[in-house]
Design a protein around this ligand. Structure first.
Ligand code: UDP
Ligand code: MG
Length: 319
């Protein structure tokens, strides 16, 4: 049976402490895989620490390792996209550099892939090392996006997943700038299956995703995969107009019955402020989508490459 190729793609931003711990674990797992030609592709997402030096040392010692360095920090989604773009053939496995996604599970992903699944995604059963705030906001986010998005976005699912060659090829066609990978994976479709796993705490370093960054990430997901907020503003406008109409009837009726004594300064203020607020919210929402449209229209590349060092292993013609 000819070997199939599996490339593990890892985006790393300031992970000099984690990578030397992760690599041997990954190497051991890949070596033990039967009938699979394992490769590893590290993407240095413009790190400011020793990550690049560490990666070069790993690549020098292991011919199956390819390293890609971006010209600056483009963010995880862009770094992953870059990594996936540089995989020429075979399936890919996406992994975090910090060891939160245990590489020891790769054989289970591969087993499901061999059963014919194209998109095997890890679903977090337990999250170690994450506070209640992160957990509860994450839970809320998945509920909201699950409601709003037409594309299925499975809950508690990160980027830890295996993509078959055709799923990878399909994903490569989605070139939008605002990349919400969880949604893009779902949009591609094909045969999907969840693989529940225990998400560990980071081995070293600290998370790049604070609450503010997560909030922006959530906005990205919602605006990228749903226009429901725009529709909500329409209903909000309709409801306000309906309310204003009833209020007008009441005001006119009252004036006709009891005369108008020019009272009502408080009601006036309330109505003006309320309407002003609603209008600003609606404008902001439109601006949110318009801004994305603007960035999309610039057609800039998703990332720029500083250095690409392909794996040294001779191409065996495996696909
Ligand atoms: N990462 C990246 N670019 C960034 C931020 C993060 O490539 O700008 C990588 C990081 O090195 C790690 C993965 O994305 O491999 C997940 O990041 P992190 O652990 O900070 O996120 P969390 O696990 O807390 O969601
Ligand atoms: Mg992490």
């Amino acid at each position: 049976m000819p070997a199939e190729r599996l490339t593990v793609v890892i985006a790393a931003y300031n992970e000099a402490a984690s990578l030397p711990l992760l690599h041997p674990r990954l190497r051991a797992v890949l070596d033990a895989l039967d009938g699979i030609e394992g490769r590893i592709l590290y993407v240095d997402d413009g790190s400011s620490d020793a990550t690049w030096a560490v990666l070069q040392a790993l690549a020098a010692a292991d011919p199956a390792v390819g390293v890609l360095r971006l010209s600056r920090n483009f963010g995880k989604e862009a770094a992953l996209t870059a990594g996936l773009d540089f995989v020429e053939s075979g399936a890919v496995m996406i992994l975090d550099a910090d060891g939160q996604d245990p590489p020891e599970l790769i054989p289970e992903f591969v087993a499901l892939w061999r059963q014919g699944y194209d998109n095997v995604y890890g679903t977090r059963r337990v999250r170690d090392g994450e506070g209640w705030l992160k957990r509860s906001t994450a839970a809320m986010f998945y509920r909201v996006i699950g409601r709003l998005s037409k594309t299925p976005i499975p809950a508690d699912t990160g980027d830890f997943r295996l993509l078959s060659p055709r799923a990878l090829q399909a994903l490569g066609q989605l070139r939008e700038r605002h990349r919400f990978m969880k949604g893009l994976f779902g949009w591609v479709g094909f045969r999907r299956v969840a693989l529940p796993y225990h998400r560990h705490a980071r081995m070293a370093g600290h998370s790049q995703f604070g609450l503010w960054r997560l909030w922006n990430f959530a906005l990205e997901g919602i605006t990228g995969f749903s226009t429901a907020p725009l529709r909500v503003t329409t209903y909000l406008g309709l409801a306000t107009a309906g309310f204003a109409f009833l209020f007008a009837l009441w005001v006119v009726g009252k004036a006709a019955l009891y005369g108008d004594r020019v009272a009502g300064w408080p009601t006036m203020m309330v109505v003006i402020l309320f309407l002003g607020g609603v209008q600003l919210i609606a404008l902001g929402l439109i601006g949110e989508y318009l801004g994305r449209l603007y960035e999309e229209s610039k057609q800039r590349p998703l990332y720029l490459v500083d250095t690409w060092q392909a794996p040294f292993v001779a191409d065996s013609g495996v696909h």
